[in-house]
Design a protein around this ligand. Structure first.
Ligand SMILES: [Zn+2]
Length: 470
C-alpha cells in the first residue's frame, strides 16, 4: 500500500489599503481595467518602489502566528522572469531573508506540519482572453498587490489533512485580518506537491498540481494523483516529474509541462529597496496587538461549555466565531445552545440559500433575544425554528412574537380549557391512555395541535396526568 507525501504552496492576497510598493488600492475588485495603476506598478522608467509598512507588519504577525522564526533583517530580491501580465519582467519577492522561517501548525490528529518559509511578494496582473477575439488583453489593476507565499515541509500524509491544514491557515489569516483568504475570489490559491512511496522508503518522484482554487479541488486532485501514481508503480512503471493542472469538470489532473531543470531566476537584492531591520521592539508591539488566534478561541469555547465537535467548527470559521462572540456578549447562559443554533439551523439556512452569514441581516442581539425567549418559556423551540428565516432577514423576535401572538400559553386556565375540549372530543383515546399511561403523548399531541403549537408542553403534560389521574 503506497503512502502519499504531500507539500503545499499557498498564496494569500493580503488585505491592505494600498499595493505592496505604491499607493494604488490593493483591492480593485470590480474596478475598470487598468484604473488602479500608477507609474510604479506599471513599471514605468524612473519610478521607484516604496515598502508598504502595513503589509510587512501583517506578514510578520502572520509569520509569528504560524510559529515562524522571524529574522532580524528582511530583504527583497528580484526574481527574474518574463510574464505577459507582469510589467517589470521580474517579481519583487524575497529570497534568503524572508519574513518567517521554520514554523508549524498542529493538526487536530496531533500531527505537526512544518512551515518552511513565509515571504512577501507582489502579484502579477491578469490576462483576459475574450472569446470573440484572436488577441488577449492585460489588466494591471492587480499588478503590485501584496501577496504572502507560504511553503510547507512535505509533512502531510493524507488529502484530508491537507484540507484541514488549509482551513487552519484560512482561519488564522482571517482572524488576524491579514487576508480575506477566500478561494472563491482568488484570495487564497494553492499548489500541491505530491508523490507516493512504500512506507519507510525514500521520497518518490513528485508532481506539482498548480492553481487550485478551492479546498475541495485540493483534496480531490490529491486523491486522484495518489491513485494514479500508485497504479503506475504497481504496474512496474515510474513517475515522471511534471507540472499538472486540475480539470474541475472531469475531476482529473492533466499534463501542463514535464519539468526541465529547475528554473534559474537569477535572484539578486532589489537595489531600489533597502533591507529592513525588524528588531525586538517592533515584534513585541506586533504581538501585543495580535487578535485572538483560532487555537485560543477553541480553548475558550471549550471552557465555556461548548462540546469539542461544535467548538472545532466554530473556532476555525472566522465568521461564525465572530458572530458567536457577539451573541455571547448578550447571552452567556448557555453557550452550547448558541453553538447548536449556529451549527444547526443557521448553517442549514445558509447552505440552503447559498449565502455567507455576513450577507444576511441576522443580528447577534436577535439570536440572543430568541434564546432568552425560549429559556423563559415565552416561545417553544418549535416556534423559534419557524421564525428563524424571518430573523435571518432582519426581523426582531420580540416584535414578531407580539404581532403574531406566538407567545407560549402558560396560563393554566387556558390550558385547562384546551384539555377539556380535547378530552371531550376523544373519548376512545382517553380510555386507551387510562389503560396505558404511555399513550399520553397522543393526547398531548392533540392538545398542542389545538393550541396551534403555542401551549407549553410541560404544563400540558402535567395537567393531563393530573386530570386523568395517571
Ligand atoms: Zn500603483
Amino acid at each position: 500500500m503506497y503512502e502519499p507525501v504531500i507539500g503545499l504552496e499557498i498564496h494569500l492576497a493580503m488585505k491592505t489599503k494600498s499595493k505592496m510598493f505604491c499607493a494604488c488600492p490593493a483591492d480593485s475588485f470590480g474596478q475598470e481595467a487598468n484604473s488602479s495603476t500608477c507609474p510604479v506598478c506599471l513599471g514605468l522608467p524612473g519610478s521607484l518602489p516604496t515598502i508598504n509598512y502595513e503589509a510587512i507588519e501583517k506578514a510578520l504577525m502572520f509569520s509569528l502566528a504560524l510559529n515562524c522564526q522571524v529574522p532580524d533583517i528582511t530583504q527583497f530580491h528580484r526574481k527574474n522572469y518574463y510574464y505577459p501580465d507582469s510589467p517589470y519582467n521580474y517579481q519583487i519577492s524575497q529570497f534568503d531573508k524572508p519574513v518567517g522561517e521554520h514554523g508549524f501548525i498542529d493538526l487536530s490528529n496531533g500531527r505537526k506540519i512544518g512551515i518552511t518559509r513565509c515571504h512577501v511578494e507582489n502579484d502579477a496582473g491578469r490576462s483576459v482572453h475574450p472569446a470573440y477575439a484572436n488577441y488577449s488583453l492585460v489588466d494591471l489593476n492587480r499588478a503590485g498587490a501584496p501577496l504572502i507565499e507560504m511553503v510547507t515541509e512535505p509533512d502531510l500524509r493524507d488529502p484530508e489533512d491537507a484540507r484541514e491544514f488549509l482551513q487552519k491557515v484560512r482561519a488564522i489569516a482571517q482572524a488576524l485580518g491579514v487576508s480575506d483568504a477566500n478561494p472563491e475570489e482568488g484570495k487564497m490559491r494553492a499548489d500541491v506537491n505530491v508523490s507516493v512511496r512504500l512506507p519507510g522508503e525514500p521520497f518518490g518522484t513528485k508532481v506539482e498540481v498548480k492553481n487550485l482554487n478551492s479546498f475541495k479541488s485540493v483534496q480531490r486532485s490529491l486523491e486522484h494523483e495518489i491513485k494514479r501514481q500508485s497504479r503506475i508503480l504497481e504496474d512496474g512503471g515510474s513517475i515522471k516529474q511534471a507540472t499538472l493542472g486540475w480539470d474541475e469538470g472531469g475531476q482529473k489532473t492533466y499534463l501542463m509541462r514535464t519539468k526541465e531543470e529547475a528554473a534559474d531566476y537569477r535572484y539578486f537584492p532589489e537595489p531600489d529597496l533597502p533591507p529592513m531591520q525588524i528588531g525586538q521592539n517592533w515584534l513585541e508591539a506586533i504581538k501585543a496587538k495580535t487578535p485572538e488566534l483560532p487555537d485560543l478561541k477553541l480553548a475558550r469555547y471549550l471552557a465555556a461549555g461548548i462540546r469539542e465537535y461544535d467548538a472545532q467548527i466554530l473556532a476555525f470559521d472566522h465568521q461564525l466565531a465572530s458572530f458567536l462572540d457577539e451573541v455571547l456578549k448578550h447571552y452567556s447562559e448557555d453557550a452550547q445552545a448558541v453553538a447548536n443554533w449556529l451549527n444547526g439551523d443557521i448553517t442549514g439556512y445558509l447552505n440552503a440559500e447559498a449565502k455567507p452569514l455576513q450577507t444576511t441581516s441576522l443580528s447577534p442581539e436577535a439570536l440572543a433575544k430568541l434564546l432568552k425567549l425560549i429559556d423563559t418559556n415565552t416561545i417553544s423551540g418549535k416556534i423559534a425554528k419557524d421564525i428563524l428565516p424571518e430573523l435571518m432577514q432582519g426581523a426582531d423576535p420580540e416584535k414578531l412574537i407580539a404581532e403574531r401572538g406566538l407567545s407560549q400559553v402558560t396560563d393554566s386556565s387556558e390550558i385547562e380549557a384546551l384539555i377539556e375540549s380535547v378530552l371531550a372530543e376523544n373519548p376512545e383515546l382517553v380510555e386507551r391512555v387510562k389503560a396505558n399511561p404511555k399513550a399520553i403523548n397522543a393526547l398531548l399531541g392533540q392538545v398542542m395541535k389545538a393550541s396551534k403549537g403555542k401551549a407549553n408542553p410541560e404544563i400540558v403534560r402535567s395537567a393531563l396526568s393530573k386530570k386523568l389521574a395517571i
